[in-house]
Design a protein around this ligand. Structure first.
Ligand code: GBH
Length: 468
């Protein structure tokens, strides 16, 4: 097991959360609406029919959450700021909300007072509803880029004297594909008319991805020009991406695994941001649906992240010939040709344990982009945990095994493979609002009893605390 001695001296480790998944209090403290508020209240948008109105009640219980972090002894905490708490209507000419700014300011002070480094995400999917209503939110480049930059400016100006680690945007692929392609996340747009009255899954995801990347890059440019010189922090984006391996040794499945990587990992943001171009396979598949950046925009996008922000959960076996464009026409499975499973199955269909894949992905990314990696999310949802009595749920052996396996290979990647890894954030500090899954899927290292909001540390919380 990794120990303090084996990890780099200043390695940041801790837990991660996101505002909408934990805060609740959606109409408290001057907060405006976010696109998730109403979306999660619509029938059949979440598996258990529940919404984000209360979540883990962390807007009110924030001191309790920090006490928990202290109990676990973490070095750092990754959380996100809710844009509609800072600017209720969201836009560059709309008023800011002093109460919202004060909330995060106090939160940051309390973290620092407890010796915990704040690692802050500006955008984890809770777009102000006002911007969606006004001009279609992420679809409208000239508006959203300016509004995101202004929001970022308010945050750098209000918190940047104490926050030295910034993430602009969480997972462009999810925002684009799940929000505007599959329509399973807010705002739920899709060509599928049983899901949504509006939307075009063949064009909108790529327009949104384009605008998200540009907004990120412009916020970074602002930080570097006006804040970094005096505040001295670092800034980047965080990208989801899971390892892919061929289902078998057939040439078409070997190609499929690379195509899946090109599509899911390299494509939408990674190659543009770190290398300054799109991978060929993406251009082939999307053709003229892929919006090009102008030369001036490429200048801003290329190199717009001080590090590689990595959210990763699993590894997929890949077969050629799938019909899902969002996976680059590759089928995913966890079942090997001989019928065995790749790893232990989680509550969510898309997730199994496979530490070897995590090590391979760390190596692949480091070799491809040659930039320090910050692991900003990695976690596991134990099967059926939500139906267990609390005393059984907190005995989360499968989650402990997931973290044990991944932390071991991460250490090997650092010490044996020479990969430069600077942080590890386990997802998540608490069981919380798991988007379209509602509360039926639990990712926390702390059990939350939603009846009482009482928190119970799980075995995994205690385990990860020892991994230093
Ligand atoms: C993270 O995304 C999120 O950042 C976090 O908020 C969330 O709580 C956490 O995952 C756990 O889910 O079957 O087509 O819907 C991880 C990236 C990408 C993983 C989408 C699940 C499902 C693909 N996610 N993927 S699909």
């Amino acid at each position: 097991m990794p120990t303090t001695k084996s990890l780099p001296e200043d390695f940041l480790w801790g837990f991660a959360t996101a505002a909408f998944q934990i805060e609740g209090s959606t109409d408290v403290g001057g907060r405006g609406k976010s696109i998730w508020d109403d979306f999660s209240r619509l029938p059949e948008r979440t598996l258990d029919g529940k919404n984000g109105d209360v979540a883990t009640d962390s807007y009110k219980r924030w001191k309790e959450d920090i006490a928990l972090l202290r109990l676990y002894g973490v070095r750092a905490y990754r959380f996100s700021i809710s844009w509609p708490r800072i600017i209720p209507l969201g836009g560059r000419n709309d008023p800011t909300n002093p109460e919202g700014i004060q909330f995060y300011s106090d939160f940051i002070d309390e973290l620092i007072y407890n010796g915990i480094v704040p690692f802050v995400t500006l955008y984890h999917w809770d777009l102000p509803q006002g911007l969606h209503d006004r001009y279609g939110g992420w679809l409208k480049k000239d508006e959203i880029t300016k509004d995101f930059v202004r929001y970022s400016r308010v945050c750098f100006g209000s918190f940047g004297n104490r926050v030295k680690y910034w993430l602009t945007i969480n997972e462009p692929w999810c925002i684009s594909v799940l929000g505007y392609g599959r329509g399973v996340f807010a705002p739920g747009r899709s060509s599928n008319r049983t899901r949504s009255p509006e939307g075009d899954s063949s064009t909108e995801p790529w327009i949104v991805a384009h605008n998200v990347i540009l907004s990120h890059a412009l916020a970074v440019q602002l930080y570097r020009d006006e804040f970094q010189p005096t505040q001295g922090g670092i800034i980047g984006i965080t990208l989801n991406g899971d390892m892919t391996i061929p289902y078998d040794e057939s040439p078409e499945n070997i190609d499929a695994a690379q195509h899946a990587l090109d599509f899911a990992i390299a494509s939408l943001s990674q190659d543009p941001i770190y290398l300054g171009y799109y991978p060929e396979y993406l251009k082939q598949v999307l053709g003229n649906h892929l919006p090009e950046f102008t030369a001036e925009e490429w200048n801003i996008v290329k190199g717009s992240s001080d590090f590689y922000g990595m959210n990763t959960y699993t590894t997929n076996l890949c077969k050629a010939g799938g019909n899902d464009i969002f996976q680059g026409f590759v089928d995913y499975t966890f079942t090997r040709p001989d019928g065995t499973q790749l790893g232990t199955q989680a509550q969510c269909a898309w997730l199994q344990t496979y530490p070897t894949g995590f090590r391979q992905l760390l190596n692949y990314l480091y070799k491809r982009y040659q930039i320090p990696i910050y692991v900003t999310e990695n976690g596991f949802a134990v099967m059926n945990e939500t139906n267990m009595p609390i005393d059984r749920a907190i005995n989360d052996t499968n989650r402990v095994e997931y973290f044990r396996g991944n932390c071991e290979v991460m250490l090997a990647a650092i010490t044996e493979d020479g990969v430069d890894i600077r942080s590890y954030f386990a997802w998540s500090l608490l069981d919380n609002f798991e988007w379209a899954d509602g509360y039926s899927t639990r990712f926390g290292v702390t059990y939350v009893d939603y009846e009482t909001q009482k928190r119970y540390p799980k075995g995994s919380g205690k385990f990860v605390s020892k991994v230093r």
